[in-house]
Ligand binder design. Structure first.
Ligand code: ATP
Length: 431
């Protein structure tokens, strides 16, 4: 884990937030490569879950919602963890992590009684701070989709089964954040609410578990590092009939990447009851009205990014050296191609290299770098997972060919400049 955290900082994937002020603990900023990786991962999710299907619509609901939403969903009443504080060192613990210990695990001081602690961030809307204008930062994106159920029926007229998909920030005032970006207080979720007939819910629940597991495999994560964990009845959330987690074998142990839950008709029923607006489906063939059941695959963007970084990290012996390489798949790699001049002091070579990079940039994510010797430039690109490196040398000026090096095999081949773009588009499977 230390190696990943250090690579992320060294190469511009992830930085400690507000570092110059000593850092805000457990809060992270994505740097130039991190934001590309994260965007590529979200795009892969959107492609698989929205574009490649006929039955799912995208959404982007606001983070701030009417406070009644969180009363109806049960978050005001039920979304809490039990915590105890140490009277000596003042450290705060989740009661479940204490495993019946009666003294502080850090300093053996006395612990306060275990008390509920609501995980929602609370603030006030507008200039006056009183109880009438309390507002919450959403702790999940899901509710933005439930409360728009009728708008979707009225605007898209979908037939069951159909789903809504959303990617966005969520906030939870976690008692014990940690393990780098694994558990933070501000994070991004990718969630689907898939509405179906109650009788079909079990079938779609099973299908979604398989589909979502395969999505992580398609990202290139090794099968032996992924597993499913079915929740026991006594650990199910108050709304869920069933839940399965997809877990990754992180350096700190098997932990959740995504949960797939059968939420039954809990949310639509609750919002209908409290808002007085019936969020109900009308089957015009059978002439019957009912609340659809919903299957919810709910994953974390930051956790998925962390898992692909860990899974892609390789150290390889090359002659006397160790090469660090991120073997990210071609969809996820932040930069696909990097172009270098072999000689930095030959103006014609530098100019040609810049021109080749500029031409490629129009269709492929390409970097240009002339700030080091070739060995150093290769090492830099390997560490950020760049798929191909192109070098322009003296020979290029004569035969109009460049050297293309493959990240994984390190094999090199000469390709004509006029064929270069087509070569990469084919390799990357871009039309
Ligand atoms: P955990 O038990 O790990 O706290 P959870 O079961 O409470 O997670 P859900 O409410 O099911 O999580 O949220 C769906 C997904 O959102 C999780 O699978 C995870 O990927 C992501 N997620 C939830 N809480 C956090 C967090 N504090 N930091 C980063 N990602 C999170």
């Amino acid at each position: 884990m230390e190696k990943i955290v250090s690579l992320c900082k060294r190469r511009g994937f992830i930085f400690q937030s507000s570092e110059i002020y000593g850092g805000l603990s457990n809060t992270w900023d994505y740097g130039p490569h991190g934001v590309e990786l994260k965007n590529n991962l979200k795009r892969a999710w959107w492609k698989a879950c929205v574009y490649e299907r006929n039955d799912i619509f995208g959404m982007d609901a606001a983070i701030l919602m009417h406070p009644k939403v969180w009363e109806s969903s049960g978050h005001v009443e039920n979304f809490f963890d039990l915590k105890s504080d140490c009277k000596g060192c003042k450290k705060r613990f989740k009661t479940e992590d204490l495993k019946n210990k009666t003294k502080c695990p850090e300093c053996s001081g006395d612990l306060t009684e275990s008390r509920p602690f609501n995980l929602m961030y609370k603030t006030h809307q507008g200039p006056v701070e009183d109880a009438s204008n309390i507002i919450y930062l959403r702790p999940e994106t899901a509710q933005g989709m439930f409360v728009n159920f009728q708008n979707i029926l009225d605007s898209k007229h979908p037939k069951l089964p159909f789903g809504l998909a959303q990617i966005g920030k969520s906030f939870r005032n976690e008692i014990t954040p940690g393990n780098f970006t694994f558990r933070t207080r501000e994070f991004e979720q990718m969630e689907i609410e898939y509405f179906c007939r109650p009788l079909d819910a079990e079938k779609f629940y099973e299908t979604w578990v398989t589909d979502r597991f395969n999505w992580y495999l398609n990202l290139g994560i090794k099968k032996e590092n992924l597993r499913l964990r079915v929740h026991a009845k006594d650990e199910l959330a108050h709304y869920a009939l069933a839940c399965t987690d997809i877990e990754y074998n992180f350096p700190f142990g098997w932990s959740e990447l995504e949960g797939i839950a059968n939420r039954a008709d809990f949310d639509l029923r609750q919002h209908s009851k409290i808002s007085g607006k019936e969020l109900i489906y009308f089957d015009d063939q059978k002439k019957e009205k009912f609340y659809p059941f919903v299957i919810e695959p709910s994953g974390g963007v930051d956790r998925a990014v962390l898992a692909v970084l860990i899974d892609a990290y390789h150290e390889e012996k090359v002659k006397e050296d160790t090469r660090i390489v991120l073997k990210l798949n071609k969809e996820l790699a932040p930069t696909k191609v990097a172009v270098f001049p072999l000689l930095r002091n030959r103006a014609e070579i530098v100019e040609l290299a810049k021109k080749i990079a500029q031409d490629l940039k129009k269709s492929i994510t390409t970097a240009y770098d002339d700030t080091g010797a070739i060995g150093k430039l290769y090492r830099r690109q390997d560490e950020v997972g760049t798929l191909y490196c192109v070098t322009i040398d003296v020979q290029t000026l004569e035969d109009k060919q460049v050297t293309v090096r493959d990240r994984d095999t390190m094999l090199q081949e000469r390709i004509g400049i006029d064929k270069l773009k087509e070569y990469f588009l084919n390799k990357l499977n871009i039309q």
